[in-house]
Structure formats: C-alpha cells, structure tokens
Design a protein around this ligand. Structure first.
Ligand code: E4P
Length: 218
C-alpha cells in the first residue's frame, strides 16, 4: 500500500520523506489555509520534496473554470495530480484531464456508486473519506470494501486512495481490504511506528548492554 501524507506543512513532509516511506502528498483548500502559505508556492515546494503525486485541488465549481485552474496547477511540476470534487463538472474535468495524460484525484467520495462514476471517468485516484463517513454514523471501511469489490469486478485501474484517515486502525483495515493508497496526517503515520513492547524491548536491551561495559564504535 502506498503512503501519502495529508498536509501542506513542509517540515512534516521533509521529515517523512527522509524515512523513504512516503509515496505522495495530498492537500486540500483547508490544509492550504491552515499552512498560511501561498498555494502555488507551497505546492511547488512540496513537489520538489517528493517524487510521487502531489494533489492540488481546483476551487472552481464549473467545468470550464476547473479546466483553466488545472492548466495553471499542472504547470507547477510533472508530479502534480489535479484534485477535483465528485460532481458532474468535476468528473467532466477528470475525463478531459486524464485523456490528456494528467493525473486526477477525485475527492469527496462518500458512496460506492460515486466511486464507480469516477472510475468510468478515468480517475487516477478515488478518495473515499472514511473518517467523515464514520463521523456521520456510517462505516467508512464498508465503503472501501464495496469499492474494492466493484473495481476488481470490472478491472478498473483507478487507485483507491483511503482519505480522512483518523487513526492507525484505519490504516490497518485499509491494508487488509487491499486499498491501493492511504493518506493520513503526519501524526497517524508516526503512530504506525509505535508499540509499547518495542519501547520496553529497547529499554531492556540497553540496560543489559550497559552491564557489559562494551562499545561497538571504538
Ligand atoms: C484527502 O485528500 C483529504 O485532504 C483529507 O483526507 C480530508 O480529511 P479530513 O476529513 O480529516 O479533513
């Protein structure tokens, strides 16, 4: 499963990129606002840190203006992935852009039927928002299972990008279902490294090693 980080903050992106485990980045208008940075400038900077897809979202609601915005955004770097909302105009834009060879991430997906439409529109990625789904009394992971089944039934190549990830169990469940990608805030990715027995094990080994009085580096 590919790991994307869901943020527009540069330092956490650099930090995770240095682990070698980061495959891409997702941003959205709320994350750009939170960063306090200029959209174009911060997107360019992020594209220089990671080689994989960097999602940059259009903010227009009509197809013609979405296309104009996408034209500006895709010039930022070769790894920009244009993010469009799951609307009629968004999918028209998706179809046109993927037809020209531009990566498209269709966002704000909350049903398997919406995911089916995005795949038919040639989306590179579909972003079902599992956390927001859970928040509203639905099971986000049921949605991922349904999309996986439908995409496998028809051999759609659209990658399932599990979004709105809130905790490590979302990552585990998404991996068990066979989602292609997950995008999570930096904290959730860091939480994946943690286990109390790993910490306890290191503590025990360090204590015993100290008793030997030895060093590896002379
Ligand atoms: C995905 O691309 C979105 O940016 C993101 O995952 C939304 O997450 P949220 O529900 O925590 O805002």
């Amino acid at each position: 499963m590919k790991f994307f980080v869901d943020t527009a903050e540069i330092e956490p992106i650099r930090d995770l990129a240095a682990t070698g485990l980061l495959d891409g980045v997702t941003t959205n208008p709320s994350l750009i606002a939170k960063s306090g940075r200029d959209f174009m400038e911060v997107t360019r900077e992020i594209c220089g840190i990671v080689d994989g897809p960097v999602s940059a979202e259009v903010v227009a609601l009509d197809h013609a203006t979405m296309m104009k915005e996408a034209e500006v955004l895709r010039k930022i770097a070769d790894n920009v992935c244009i993010k469009v909302p799951l609307t009629v105009d968004g999918l028209k834009t998706c179809k046109a852009l993927t037809g020209e060879g531009t990566m498209v991430n269709v966002t704000l997906c909350f049903s398997a039927n919406q995911a089916l439409l995005a795949a038919k529109a040639g989306a590179s990625f579909i972003s079902p928002f599992v956390g927001r789904h859970d928040d509203n009394g639905f099971d986000g992971m049921d949605l991922i299972e349904d999309i996986r089944l439908i995409y496998d039934n028809y051999g759609f190549e659209t990658e399932i990008l599990v979004a709105s990830v809130r905790h490590t169990m979302h990552v585990l469940q998404a991996a068990k279902i066979g989602a292609d990608v997950m995008t999570a805030p930096p904290k959730v990715i860091h939480d994946l490294f943690k286990h109390v027995l790993t910490d306890k094990g290191i503590e025990g080994f360090m204590a015993d090693w100290a008793k030997t009085g030895q060093t590896i580096l002379k």
